[in-house]
Each structure stands twice: as C-alpha cells, then as structure tokens.
Write a protein that binds this ligand. Structure first.
Ligand code: HEC
Length: 475
C-alpha cells in the first residue's frame, strides 16, 4: 500500500514536472522562440551562432518531419541543443508552422499595389485585363448570373441587388439579417431549373431571439423565393436551425450552395465553438445535404444515428466558405479557413470526418499552439493547404472558353493574401497552384461567368467596400 502510494506520488511529481516544463513560454510562438531560440538563431530568425531559419535553406531537411526532428533531437555535435522533453509536441509544431510562415514572409517579394484598370496581367498561360462592373457600399459577398445576364449580388450588411444594364436595382423585401461579426447577407444562387421554377436561394445569418449564456445568439439560415419587379416574393424556409443550437460568436457562418440532382449542399462554420465541429448532433462545423425543398434525404449518412443532426453530410469543418462541384468528375470541392497556417482544400465525401479541431496544419491566431497532430486514423487529409493561410474564400471551376488553358481548373480566392489562385487538378489531386492575380485587394469570391469571363469581388477602397470586376483576355 505504502509502495503503491509512493510510486503514485512519484508519478504525480514527474507528471507535474513535465507539465511545468511544458508551460515555459506557452504564450505566443514568438515568445517561445525569443525565449529559447533567439540567442543563437537571431531575434528575427536571421541566424547567428545557429543558422538562419528564414532563408529557405534547411541543412538537415525541409519537410515538417525533418524540421521537427532537428528541434527534438538537436545537433549536439554542432551546438544545437535537443528540445525533446523540454518543449511539448504542440509547441514544436507551432515553431515549425512559424518557420514556414516567417520564411514565406522573408523570401516573398513585397506585394506591389496594382491598379486594376489599365494593367495587363501576365500569368504562365494567359494575359488578361480587368474592368469594373459595379460597386456596392459594403462587402460584396456573393454573386449569381441570371439567364438575362443580369447579376444578383449580396451585400453583407443586408441588401440584395440585381445589376442590370449598368445599374444596381435593390430587391425589396429580402429577409432581415443578423449583422454580427462576419455574419449578414451571405450566399445567393439560382436553382438549376430556374427557367421553369424561378427559385432563388439566399443564405444569411439570423437571430430568432435565441441566447447563449445570456448573449444574443444566431445561426446560418437558408430560404428560397422568387423575384418579380424587383420584389422578393413567395418566400419559403429551406433550412433553419432551432435556437438551442445558436451561438453568440461573431464568426464562422459559412456558407455557399451547390445544387446537384435535386439536392442542395452547403456548409456552416463551427460558429466559434470549435469542439462542436466533431459533434454530429450539432449543425455547426459541417457540410449538409438536403433536398432542394428542404426535406432531409433518407439516405444521408447519419439519418439512422440517434440524436444526429440529420442533414449532416460530413463533419470536422472549421469555416467552409468555398464549395463547388467539379463538372468533369462530380466531386464536391470545398475550401475552408484554417487557423493561423492551415487553410484547406478538401474533397467532400459523405460521413467523413475532416478533423477540425483534432488535426490541423495550423496554430491559434494568437500564436499559441493547438495540437501537434496533422493527421489521424479515421480523419481525412486536405488535398491542399496553405501555410501561411491565404484566408481562402469563394471558389469556382472555370467552365468558360475565353481562357482555354484554364478550362476545368479550380479558381480560388484569397482575402488576406489578396490573391486569386488557379489550382490544376488531376485524378482528384491538386498538382499545381498558380497565383494569377495579386496585389489589388482582398478577393472574396470568384465566378466563372456564362460569357466565359471571370468575375471577382474585391474590397478595393477599404475593408467594407465591394467592387465587382470582370477579367478578360488581353490581346
Ligand atoms: C545554443 C545555440 C542554439 C539554440 C539555443 C538553438 N539552436 Fe537551433 N541550431 C543551432 C546550431 C548551431 C544549429 C546547426 C547549424 C548548422 O549545422 O549549420 C542549429 C540548427 C537548428 C535547426 C536545423 C536548421 C537546418 O538548416 O536544418 C533547427 C530547425 C533549429 N536549430 C531550431 C531551433 C529551435 C526551434 C530552437 C529553440 C527552441 C533552437 N534551434 C535553439 C544552435 C542553437
């Protein structure tokens, strides 16, 4: 008994000791670095007694695993101390992300501010110019073409516009939105049979009087309606979440729509409650599938599971703000904002767990480590990810013929990075990532127009100022 007690106490002491050591500098990754590494590697990671960690040269290997090994095992023979047992695995992981991030910042050429008008942009396979279509007075969140080539546009603080013959016409009577943080009027899309049924779908954040811990709470909702003489009419509920699931967070609402074969796919972010992304009883942090009239399909993956949120199609998502179906393969592609370092591109399959927040390539935005795990059995890996994050947003497969070498490629918008990317996909894998536009401003959404041109929504004059640009081949 005594011995048992003794060894138990000993265990506790060892446990506490390890924990206390791990606690050294668990603040931001920069504190951690300055405390333990800067003396030899320089306060700006530029090198000193130890090598530069931002010149892109990795003497002992450049993969995450190799850098992790350099840190854990050290190189005692040349004066690099081993950190195994002193730093936690999470801390080491955050340092690896930090080195990638800082290397990219140090080696990237500074972003040159470009005037979209009058510039000829050159990429590997096409040259293009940009022309302004229109502007709105807040973030232009989403756009959709109508059969007459007019363009529906959502303005995040509420209004829905129809851009026709060079003018923006306000659609009267659209739902009231809950303007809270990243919320507001978000997605707009036409039903694929719009010609016959006239349905237009809107995704937005709403508050229905729900509270979380005494604070106003909200969630993403979807309705459909028709537009007649610029009036929103015939509104029907398509997806609404009971108030008990609403959260008071101002972040991660999703959402984009994809229609396929009578179904509607859409994503909702974790609503600032990351652990809920793993809980299939909750709607947040998920991709959903419903019938286009809102009914739950009987063959959804968790329909039989007791207590499950029946519309859930996949889970473990952080904040999906890009969704499109590859017209060639029928695969559903999704982009989601990761934490600091860890924006993801996924292919969505039913019932699959995409891992957030259990696995991620990123760390917390304040630089504190989250987890050292980037992969785990039973959790799906992204097809592509960005460290540092580009703040990945809307995506669209390019289906036009004006840029023939891009047909079939996935266009991806980046807000923080102010970039438009082109991902080349072969056999379900991303084989190339080309930045085709950079330095104008935040790119929030991208759309392959029926005319073959590419449309991007930018915030050009300030964070709350939305502009729609058309990208045309330069001759
Ligand atoms: C006492 C000095 C010293 C300290 C403290 C130190 N390092 Fe080093 N580090 C070195 C030296 C010396 C090398 C080997 C340089 C060489 O061989 O060119 C090195 C190499 C490395 C490498 C391998 C670089 C490459 O090119 O492959 C990494 C990664 C690294 N250190 C990370 C860290 C981290 C993270 C910390 C803090 C937790 C740290 N070091 C603290 C001296 C130090």
């Amino acid at each position: 008994m005594n011995r048992l007690l003794l060894s138990f106490t000993a265990l506790l002491i060892v446990g506490n000791f390890a924990q206390a050591q791990n606690r050294i500098g668990t603040g931001s990754v920069n504190d951690l670095y300055q405390t333990h590494c800067a003396a030899c590697h320089g306060d700006k990671l530029q090198g000193g007694q130890g090598s530069s960690l931002v010149d892109g040269v990795w003497k002992y290997g450049s993969t995450d695993a190799e850098i992790t090994k350099s840190i854990l095992d050290g190189k005692p023979e040349v004066g690099m101390v081993p950190w195994r047992g002193i730093l936690s695995e999470e801390q080491v992981r955050s340092l690896v992300i930090y080195f990638h991030e800082q290397t990219q910042l140090a080696t990237a050429s500074p972003v040159k501010k470009v005037d979209p008008e009058g510039t000829v942009f050159t990429t590997d396979s096409h040259r293009f110019t940009m022309e302004k279509v229109t502007e709105v007075e807040d973030t232009l969140w989403s756009m959709a073409f109508m059969p007459d080539n007019s363009i529906l546009m959502t303005q995040r603080d509420g209004p829905v516009w129809r851009h026709k013959d060079g003018e923006n016409h306000l659609i009267e009577g659209t739902p009231e939105v809950w303007q809270h943080g990243q919320g507001g009027m978000l997605e707009v899309a036409l039903h694929p049979d719009y010609d016959k049924n006239g349905w237009i779908y809107l995704g937005f954040s709403e508050n229905i009087g729900a509270k979380e811990d005494g604070k106003d709470a909200g969630m993403t909702a979807i309705v459909r309606g028709r537009i007649k003489n610029n009036q929103w009419i015939d509104q029907e509920d398509i997806f609404r979440v009971p108030g008990k699931f609403h959260t008071s967070a101002g972040v991660h609402y999703g959402t984009r729509f994809v229609f396929d074969d009578g179904y509607l796919f859409f994503g909702i972010g974790d609503r600032g409650r990351m652990d809920m992304a793993q809980d299939i009883k909750r709607p947040n942090g998920k991709i959903h599938r419903i019938h286009d009239d809102g009914r739950i399909p009987k063959d959804n993956p968790f329909v039989q599971k007791r207590g499950a949120y029946k519309s859930v199609w996949s889970y473990g998502q952080r904040n999906p703000q890009g969704l499109d179906m590859d017209p060639n393969t029928g695969l559903l592609w999704e982009t989601e904002h990761g934490p600091r370092g860890g924006d993801e591109v996924n292919v969505i399959s039913p019932g699959v767990n995409y891992g957030w927040p259990e696995i991620t390539y990123g760390m917390n935005y304040n630089g504190t480590p989250m987890t050292d795990e980037t992969a785990r059995e039973g959790m799906e890996q992204p097809k592509h990810y960005w460290v540092p994050s580009i703040a990945v947003c809307g995506i669209d497969f390019y289906e036009g013929d004006k840029f023939p070498k891009w047909t079939g490629d996935l266009l991806v918008s980046g807000m923080a990075s102010q970039e438009l990317h082109r991902l080349v996909i072969e056999d379900g894998m991303v084989v190339r990532d080309e930045i085709i536009l950079k330095g104008i401003n935040r790119v929030r959404d991208v759309l392959s127009g029926p005319d073959g041109y590419i449309y991007v929504s930018l915030n050009t004059k300030g964070p709350n100022y939305g502009e729609l640009y058309r990208i045309k081949p330069a001759h």
